[in-house]
Design a protein around this ligand. Structure first.
Ligand code: SAH
Length: 208
């Protein structure tokens, strides 16, 4: 099967069949060439229903999880979005296809360099990649309307919560391996409780 057909099948069987409903998210995932974010040796696994190794012990997330998290962000065009854990750059490309301003932060220099190259080669929209530790967030570009974290810390990092705008929200997996929950977290001042969404399994967020 060619990549375009494999991607269409992925959208039908992994996303629509599991009730991903946001047509803008579906359109972004239908368009962005996921295989180009995966090292050549693993490229034939690009459209399978699971995470795929991208080197350095890290993974590109399962397509369904990318869709679910992107939908959960409730984006509008023009929002400022921080992603923690650039990895392959795929999630950042999906975000930018939705017309938001993306800042994506990665701890591992080699992954950061490769993701930047992939995003540039594809001419992805408004994406800036940064090398740094997600536990510190990205002070210089805060506040963010949305933050999406794609590696799991044991607890919600204070700096990230502090970098949310007044109406900001963060989608973040929290907890030790095999006990992680995807959470929706609001700016402190809104005094809304953190909302658990679903159990998930991400690579751990590691200290820099
Ligand atoms: N969103 C990525 C997948 C992320 S895998 C994609 O679309 O491909 C998780 C990534 O988080 C890995 O690349 C890992 O190096 C990075 N990471 C782990 N701890 C981090 C930290 N403290 N700060 C920034 N990035 C971190």
């Amino acid at each position: 099967m060619d990549h375009t057909a494999a991607r269409a099948e992925m959208v039908a069987t992994q996303l629509r069949a599991r009730h991903i409903r946001d047509e803008a998210v579906i359109a972004a995932i239908s368009t962005v060439p996921r295989h180009l974010f995966i090292p050549e040796t693993n490229r034939d696994l690009a459209y399978r229903d699971g995470p795929v190794a991208i080197g350095e012990g890290q993974t590109i997330s399962q397509p369904y999880l990318v869709a679910l998290m992107t939908e959960a962000l409730q984006l509008s065009a023009g929002m400022r979005v921080l992603e923690v854990g650039t990895g392959s750059g795929y999630q950042a490309a999906i975000l930018s296809a939705l017309g938001v301003q993306v800042h994506s932060l990665e701890l591992r220099p080699r992954l950061q360099a490769r993701a930047t190259q992939t995003l540039n080669a594809l001419g992805a929209g408004d994406v800036q990649t940064h090398l740094g530790d997600g536990f510190d967030g990205l002070c210089a570009f805060a506040p963010f309307d949305r933050i999406i974290v794609t590696a799991a810390p044991n607890a919600i990092p204070h700096a990230l919560r502090a970098q949310l705008s007044a109406q900001g929200q963060m989608i973040i997996p929290v907890g030790a391996r095999k006990k992680q929950i995807l959470m929706r977290v609001y700016n402190h001042e809104r005094r809304l409780p953190d909302e658990p969404l679903i159990p998930v399994l991400f690579v751990p967020m590691t200290a820099g």
